[in-house]
Each structure stands twice: as structure tokens, then as C-alpha cells.
Design a protein around this ligand. Structure first.
Ligand SMILES: Nc1ncnc2c1ncn2[C@@H]1O[C@H](COP(=O)(O)OP(=O)(O)OP(=O)(O)O)[C@@H](O)[C@H]1O
Length: 618
């Protein structure tokens, strides 16, 4: 018999569900605050960021503005020749009308050229700006690596690198030129019309000057709405990718329906935001059209007697010129209003980049050859590792994860770091790899301070194996060669043997060519870890850093991995974080534990004599 549900309990559950959904929807529009960093950047920061980007792009923007102003002058010439041509046609003066036609055609050709020049300069400049930005973000990823993912969602970084940078296209090609030249362009047009037909010119100026008030009102509202829409879109994408990754958890928790509803509500809210943007954009454009039609009707009425009788060629052409210039006078404002959304996107992009925080300072040595003199020379059996009074805390006000830690690992030594969860093992490894920098103290590799090495030089010295190796979508061979694409077939075969990948190749449908990764053949945790070991083998770096390489494996699989790792550890210095005691059996392994940020000595692996693999000393 089905269990009767208590109505009070049901109401309570529903309330809980609704509160959960509301919280989730709110999440889509929430600003992400980073630890250790200022949360939402202010206007001054955003302006300064764009100014800095603009400085890099000065030539392209300057060229575009000059070409734009030249185009405005050419447009005035073209309009004047057209007015003369039409006036001459009305007056039936054949000589004047041929001359005006030729002038009109010449101005048209000139405008085509100037239009091309504007497009070329700004598109090229925009492309360069986006390329520069993308490469500096990639550099940042390289510098901070997984440490960045501790407070930034990977999907958010993905959209930042892809879509958000692409959205800057409109900012550079539409907003920057339109906002930089609209006052001068409109001023030139109004001055020309006032010069040629003063009364009509003043009417036009009157209508043009009332417009900015409307524009300011609707424009600011449009910018705000479109920025919110853009952020909501980015967050919705993040949520979507996030939920895709956790699909199994959602299904098993029986939350498919409620997640679908949250998604549906988030999409409805995004749709509403989009409609609001469109409505405001329509109102902005309608305000411009309204002012333009008003100006046109007033000028036509005020100049009607000249236009109707067209006896005097110069007065007729002046009146016609004023009429032709009406849409052109509103053009710069219209272009700016249309680009307001691009401005909002540019702002959202700037915010996201500023929120990432400044890039860690580059190594002070930048001279050619200076760094190579500094680079540690690995001995045949690895590199020494030294932590000297290293302290680190993740955020202001939090306790220090590492407190004045001093360690020494000799070349070829093995350092095992044990300790309960959250004690700071991964933090120590991330400091060693250079993903984060200590607040005080120094880390030396082969005697060289890693703060003075570039990220590229540093990563060349290190092979890293984490808890869950990532298999990229591609063949198994491609995944292994990721460690060193130039590896010879002999070295690859050696890596396959040493890592134990060779032992399960026969079980795969297409051997090394089997497609693995997302959507491909599913390797077990132990098999995937062997792929990571093969990669590290191919990389052949003097320092091997391992972060819980046997987590999530059963005892049998763990024993296999420990065996494969033993081969890889030979002739290398090893720093290994683990919860398992299986590694203690490794000969001359030095074992320490972290407790309240301090190092506690557990097992001495030091050997005396001249053996290079003397172990570590904490
Ligand atoms: N981005 C962050 N902001 C603030 N605190 C953080 C951040 N990342 C880690 N921490 C804190 O730093 C401490 C050390 O974390 P860490 O990941 O180094 O521990 P661990 O020993 O590797 O844990 P585990 O064995 O579970 O992997 C934890 O208390 C954690 O909450």
C-alpha cells in the first residue's frame, strides 16, 4: 500500500524545494568573489583597464578615427554635390548637373575607400587586441594552473577565453570608433548645414541637442540590462556544464526533474532579460527616429517655398542639402546607441578579467641569457628541493596553511608528505610547482629560486601526476604523447612497458589507437593512472611531483601503480603527497606529516655515504 504523505510535511518539502530553486536562480546572477581579491571592480578600474587596452591599440583606433572624420567630410561633399545635381535637374541647367554628377561620383568613390580603410584598421586592431588578451589569459592559466580553479569555475574560464573575448569584437569595431568620434562628426555636419542653410541648420541642431537626454536615459538602461543579460548567459552556461559533469550525482539523487525546473526558470529569466534589452534598444532607436522625423518635417515645412519654386539654384541646393543631411546628422548618435550593448559586453569582460586579479609579477630577470645562467643543472639523479621558511595562507584572516616550513630533499631523494585531509599537502605541491607564491620564504630547485624562473622554464623541470589524470578526447597514443610529442617510437615503447600500459593494450578494441577521453573508451582508474605515468616517463623531467596518485584505487591496483611508479622514480627527485602508507616501503623514502602548518618528521630515509639518492631531510 502506498505510504500516505503528511500534508504538513508535503508543504514543508515544497517550500524547501522552492527556496532551493530561488537560491539557484539567484546564483545565475551572483557576482563571484575571489578569495584574497577585491570582489566587484568599480567604474574607475574598468575605465583604467579599457584605457590600458586602448593604449596597446592606439594606432588602429587613431587610424579609424581619422578615416571616420575624413569620411564625414567626404559625406558632406557627396551630399552637397547630390543637392547641386538635384537642384540643377529641377532648374534644367544641363551644364551644372553634369558637373555635380561627376563630383557626386568622385565623393562616392572616396567614401568607399575610406569605409574600407575604417573597417580594415578597426577589424585588424580588434583582432590583435583579442589575441593579446587571450594570450595573457592563457599565460595566467599557465602561471596559476589548477590553483586558479580553486575559486574560478572551469566553465567560467572557458567562456572567458572563448565567447567573452569574442564579444569584444563589437566593443572594438563598433563602440570605440562610434564613441570616439560622434561629437566631432555630428558637430561637422551641423556646422556645414548652418553655414549653407542657417535656418534649417539651427532647426536641425535644436533636434540633435534634445536627443542626448533621451539617449542618456534609454542608453544607460539598455547598457545595464544588456550587461545583466550577458552575465546571466555566461553563468547559465557555467551551470549547464557544471550539471553535465555531475550528471550521475543528479540522477542518483533523484533530482533530474528539479534540476530541469531550475534550468527552465533560469532560462525564462534570461529570456526576460533579453526581451528587456530588445525593448529598451527599440525605445532608444524609436527616440532617434522620432527626433529625426521631427527635424525632417520641420525643415521641409520651413524651406517649402524654396523647394517648391526652385528658381534660385544656390538656395534650392542649400535647402536640399539641409534635407539630405538630416539622417546623416543623426547617424553618429544612432551608431553609438546601436553599439551601447557592445559597450556593456566590453565592461562585463573587463570586470571578469579584473576579478581574476593582477598577474603574479614576472620573474625579475628578463634579459636574454640571464635566466639560462640561473637555471638549475639537474644532476644525473635529479634536482635538490629546498623550502626555506615558507609560509602561505589562502586568504586574509585565515590561518596559515604552511607556517615557516623548511625542508630539504637531496637530488634523487624521495619525500613523502602525509597528513589528514585539508592539512595543506596540495598547497605545498602547488607552491613547489609555482602555481601559487609564498607570502614569505623561498623555494629553491637545484639551488635556483623558483620565483626567478619563468613558468615555462619551471614546468620543464617538473613532471606532475595528480589524483585523477585527465584523458583528453583522442587516441590513447595521442594522450600518452601529450607528455612529449617528439618522443621516438622506441621511447614510447619503453614508456608503455615501464608504466604498465603495455599490459592492458591487448584488451582495448584498437590498441594504442583506441579513442579514449570523453565519449571514448572508458579506462579504469588504475589504467588511466598508468597513462599518466607513461606521460611523465616521456617528459623525463628531473623532478617528479605526485598528488595522491593512488587515491580512489583498491589495494591491488595501488600495488601495481606503486610498482610502476618505482621505475619512474629511479634517477629522479620525488615529492609525493598521499594518504596511503603504501609508499613508505620505498627504499630511502623520507616521510613527513603536516600538522597545523608545521612539518612533523615520521620516517628517516637518509642514507650516509656517497650514494646520490640519500633521501630528504625535514
Ligand atoms: N581557494 C582557497 N581559498 C581558501 N582556502 C583554501 C583554498 N584552497 C584550499 N584552501 C584551504 O587550505 C587548506 C589546505 O588545502 P589542501 O587542498 O592543500 O589540503 P590537502 O591536505 O591537500 O587536502 P586533501 O588531502 O583532502 O587533498 C584547507 O583547509 C582548505 O580549505
Amino acid at each position: 500500500m502506498p505510504r500516505q504523505q503528511d500534508p504538513a510535511h508535503k508543504t514543508k518539502t515544497m517550500r524547501g524545494e522552492n527556496a532551493y530553486r530561488r537560491r539557484m536562480i539567484k546564483d545565475e546572477t551572483r557576482e563571484t568573489a575571489a578569495p584574497n581579491r577585491k570582489s566587484t571592480p568599480d567604474r574607475a578600474q574598468i575605465k583604467a583597464w579599457h584605457r590600458a587596452q586602448g593604449r596597446e591599440n592606439r594606432l588602429a583606433i587613431g587610424c579609424n578615427i581619422l578615416a571616420g572624420l575624413a569620411d564625414t567630410l567626404a559625406m558632406l561633399w557627396q551630399g552637397w554635390e547630390l543637392a547641386l545635381f538635384v537642384a540643377a535637374l529641377l532648374n534644367r541647367t544641363a551644364a551644372d548637373h553634369l558637373e555635380a554628377l561627376l563630383g557626386f561620383l568622385a565623393a562616392s568613390v572616396l567614401r568607399i575607400f575610406l569605409g574600407w580603410l575604417q573597417d580594415r584598421s578597426i577589424v585588424h586592431g580588434g583582432q590583435q587586441a583579442r589575441r593579446r588578451l587571450r594570450s595573457s589569459l592563457l599565460k595566467r592559466l599557465q602561471q596559476e594552473g589548477p590553483a586558479l580553479l580553486r575559486w574560478q569555475h572551469s566553465a567560467m574560464l572557458g567562456t572567458l577565453l572563448g565567447e567573452r573575448i569574442e564579444a569584444l569584437e563589437g566593443y572594438y569595431t563598433q563602440w570605440r570608433p562610434a564613441s570616439a568620434s560622434w561629437i566631432v562628426a555630428q558637430g561637422l555636419i551641423l556646422a556645414a548645414v548652418i553655414w549653407v542653410a542657417p535656418r534649417a541648420g539651427l532647426v536641425l541642431a535644436g533636434f540633435c541637442l534634445t536627443l542626448p537626454a533621451f539617449q542618456a536615459f534609454f542608453g544607460i538602461a539598455t547598457a545595464r540590462a544588456s550587461r545583466r543579460e550577458f552575465l546571466a548567459m555566461a553563468r547559465l552556461q557555467t551551470r549547464f556544464l557544471d550539471r553535465m559533469q555531475g550528471l550521475a550525482t543528479i540522477v542518483l539523487a533523484g533530482r533530474i526533474e528539479s534540476e530541469a525546473q531550475v534550468m527552465e526558470q533560469a532560462m525564462t529569466s534570461l529570456r526576460r532579460r533579453t526581451v528587456k534589452v530588445l525593448r529598451l534598444a527599440f525605445l532608444t532607436s524609436a527616440a532617434t527616429d522620432f527626433a529625426m522625423v521631427g527635424a525632417l518635417v520641420t525643415i521641409v515645412i520651413s524651406e517649402s517655398h524654396v523647394l517648391m519654386h526652385h528658381q534660385d539654384l544656390s538656395r534650392t541646393s542649400a535647402a536640399l542639402f539641409a534635407v539630405f543631411m538630416v539622417p546623416e546628422a543623426f547617424g553618429p548618435v544612432r551608431r553609438m546607441a546601436a553599439a551601447y550593448q557592445d559597450r556593456a559586453r566590453g565592461k562585463a569582460m573587463a570586470e571578469a578579467v579584473i576579478e581574476l586579479g593582477p598577474l603574479p609579477p614576472p620573474p625579475p630577470l628578463v634579459e636574454e641569457g640571464a635566466e639560462s645562467a640561473l637555471l638549475p643543472r639537474p644532476e644525473a639523479w635529479g634536482l635538490s628541493v629546498d623550502f626555506k621558511d615558507v609560509s602561505y595562507r589562502w586568504a586574509e584572516g585565515q590561518p596559515e596553511v604552511l607556517d615557516d616550513v623548511t625542508l630539504h630533499v637531496q637530488p634523487g631523494g624521495i619525500l613523502i608528505i602525509e597528513g589528514t585531509s585539508g592539512v595543506g599537502k596540495t598547497t605545498l605541491l602547488e607552491l613547489l610547482i609555482g602555481f601559487i607564491q609564498p607570502q614569505s620564504g623561498k623555494i629553491l630547485l637545484g639551488g635556483a629560486d623558483i620565483a626567478l624562473l619563468s613558468p615555462t622554464s619551471l614546468t620543464e623541470l617538473i613532471a606532475w601526476i595528480g589524483q585523477k589524470p585527465v584523458l583528453f578526447s583522442g587516441s590513447l597514443e595521442e594522450n600518452i604523447l601529450f607528455g612529449n610529442p617528439q618522443a621516438t617510437p622506441e621511447t614510447l615503447a619503453e614508456a608503455l612497458q615501464a608504466s604498465g600500459v603495455a599490459a592492458f593494450l591487448d584488451q582495448l578494441p584498437a590498441g594504442l589507437q583506441t579513442r579514449v577521453g570523453e565519449g571514448g573508451y572508458g579506462l579504469s582508474g588504475g589504467q588511466a593512472q598508468r597513462v599518466a605515468i607513461a606521460r611523465a616517463w616521456l617528459k623525463n623531467a628531473p623532478l617528479l611531483v605526485l598528488d595522491e596518485p593512488t587515491a580512489h584505487l583498491d589495494a591491488e591496483a595501488e600495488a601495481g601503480i606503486v610498482q610502476a611508479l618505482e621505475a619512474l622514480m629511479r634517477s629522479r627527485t620525488v615529492v609525493l603527497a598521499t594518504h596511503s602508507t603504501a609508499f613508505r616501503q620505498l627504499s630511502h623514502a623520507q616521510c613527513i606529516s603536516l600538522q597545523h602548518g608545521k612539518v612533523v618528521f615520521l620516517q628517516d630515509g637518509t642514507r650516509s655515504g656517497t650514494d646520490p639518492r640519500k633521501g630528504a631531510q625535514a
